[in-house]
Ligand binder design. Sequence first.
Ligand code: APR
Length: 165
Amino acid sequence: MKNIEIVSGDITKLDVDIIVNAANESLLGGAGVDGAIHQAAGPELLEECKSIGGCPTGEVRLTEAYNIEIGGIIHAVGPKWGGGQNGESELLESCYFGALELALENGFKSIAFPNISTGVYGYPKIEAAITATSAVKSFDDLSKFEKVIFCCFDEENFKIYQSIL
Ligand code: APR
C-alpha cells in the first residue's frame, strides 16, 4: 500500500491534515501522547474537550487543533489491556476504523496515528501493531487517503511496524 507510511517521532510535529490522539474516556488530557497533544494545542483544546463530555472506549471524537497548525485532532479512546479476552482487539480496531471514517467525512486526506493503547494502557505492542495495520489495510476507502501514517515514538514500535508493513 503506497499511501501507508511509518515515521518515527513526535506526532504533533507532522505535516498532515489530522492527527489522532490516544485519549481516555474523560477526554480531559493525560500523560503520553495525550499530554503532548494538549501541550502543543494549548488550553482551548481542553475547553472544547470539556464541551464534548467524554467518549466511550473504542469510539472517536473530532476537535479543532488550535495551536497545532493542522485541520483537526481525532481523539480515539483505546482499550486498556486486560489480558486479551475482553474484546480488546475489536475495541482497538474500532478506534482505527472510526478515525479513518471520521477523517474522510470531514474531507481530511492525510492522517497520522500514534500507537494507540501501547503505552499507559499496556496493550502488547506486537498485537496492537498487527491489529492496527490490518484494520488500516482492510479499510474499504483507504485509497481515498493520500497518506496514512503510523507515527512511532519509541524504537520498539518503529521496528515492529517496519517488520509488519
Ligand atoms: N508522539 C507520538 N507518539 C507518542 C508521543 C508523541 N509526542 N508521546 C507518546 N507517544 C506514544 C507512546 O510511546 C506510545 O507508543 O504513544 C503511544 C501511546 O501511549 P500513551 O500515550 O500512553 O497512550 P495509551 O497507551 O493509549 O494510554 C492512554 O494515557 O496519556 C494517558 O490520557 C491518556 O489515559 C490515557 C492513557
